[in-house]
Design a protein around this ligand. Structure first.
Ligand SMILES: [Zn+2]
Length: 350
């Protein structure tokens, strides 16, 4: 199995001003540029300066409004052959879109997230719409990840909370993976577990968990990159995604107003870690409190009935994927917990 790892990594304040320089260094001088919806107006001027000064030629430019695979096919085949690399600027949608184009055309993609709501900006998968249904597909892991931490700091705080929720879930994901080995002998990739565990522990052990702190943001970005790399190393989503992700995916399908991926995942991680008797349950609680995640969610609760329905539906989300929720009695146990635990009750509302 061939493993690719992001080669170009720049995570620092004002990195966007130097994007042209970074691209030239890698000898990508003719690029296709893709903006997320509404972002062209915000960054066009800044990018023109950095591209012009490094003599980067924009041979294709587009704004991505959809994640339908039919659109991606069309765009991929209309991309000029002279394009040496594609650059995706924005959130999950444009990055997933471009990762799939890169996968189809076998060209490098540079991901430039403007918020860090999940680990998708450095992962080898893409969440796309196929025949109107959301699907997780294999795509290309980015060749480069460039994150301007000043832009992340200015992004709405719920995006960063979402990234924190996605990151803390490595504890429960790894636990489920190991349980799948014990119960079903599913092989575990120890190196992927190491990367994933180190990623979350890096965040946990950082003292000043202030989402306005550029150094903390840089660290979270790096940890999310490692989470993406762990998936590439194992060739599966296992090191980054377990029962807590199943609940979040189910919630996306059930809820009228789903929240952000990592917000749902973070809430589910807290609950599932209790069910797993995960030794990190208290750590998870502490970190979610220290970062302000709990405070944010208690003011922007998930819907209780939808969350309970999501727990019930979660085991059906992925075929042949053992987690703590595969044991029927555990579903009931978790629902009881969600309904009665006073602390957890702060995170959900009628
Ligand atoms: Zn996730």
């Amino acid at each position: 199995m061939e493993i690719s790892i992001p080669t170009l990594l720049r995570i620092k304040p004002n990195a966007l001003y130097k994007l042209g320089k970074y691209l030239r260094k890698e000898q990508f001088v003719r690029i296709g540029l893709f903006y997320g919806s509404g972002l062209k107006e915000m960054f066009e001027e800044q990018l023109k300066i950095t591209f012009d000064s490094s003599e980067i030629e924009l041979v294709y430019e587009d704004v991505v409004e959809t994640n339908a695979i039919e659109e991606i096919y069309k765009t991929a085949y209309s991309l000029p052959e002279t394009v040496q690399a594609i650059v995706a600027i924005g959130g999950g949608k444009v990055i997933d879109y471009c990762k799939y184009i890169a996968f189809m055309l076998q060209i490098p993609i540079i991901s430039v997230p403007t918020s860090i709501s999940n680990d998708g900006f450095a992962s080898p998968g893409a969440s796309l719409f196929v025949n109107g249904k959301r699907k997780s597909l294999k795509a290309k892991i980015p060749f480069g990840v460039v994150i301007d931490t000043e832009i992340i700091r200015k992004s709405p705080s719920y995006y960063t909370y979402s990234g924190i929720g996605d990151l803390i879930s490595k504890y429960t994901a790894v636990y489920d993976w190991k349980a799948a080995y014990r119960v079903r002998q599913e092989p575990v990739n120890d190196f992927a577990v190491l990367i994933s565990t180190n990623a979350v522990e890096n965040m946990v052990n950082y003292k000043n968990k202030d989402i306005e702190d550029l150094e903390f943001l840089r660290l979270i970005c790096g940890c999310l990159v490692m989470s993406g790399v762990a998936m590439e190393v194992s060739g599966s989503s296992r090191p980054a995604s377990g029962s807590e992700h199943l609940i979040s995916h189910a919630y996306d399908m059930i809820a009228q107003k789903p929240s952000l991926h990592g917000i749902q995942v973070g809430v589910a991680t807290y609950a599932v870690s209790w069910l797993q008797k995960n030794p990190e349950h208290q750590t998870i609680k502490r970190v979610l409190e220290e970062t302000g995640f709990i405070d944010y969610v208690s003011k922007n609760c998930l819907k209780k009935s939808d969350f309970i329905d999501a727990i019930k539906f979660a085991p059906n989300i992925k075929h042949n994927f053992y987690t703590v929720l595969s044991e029927r009695e555990n579903i009931k146990k978790l629902i009881d917990y969600v309904e009665t635990d006073e602390y957890f009750g702060k995170l959900i509302a009628e």
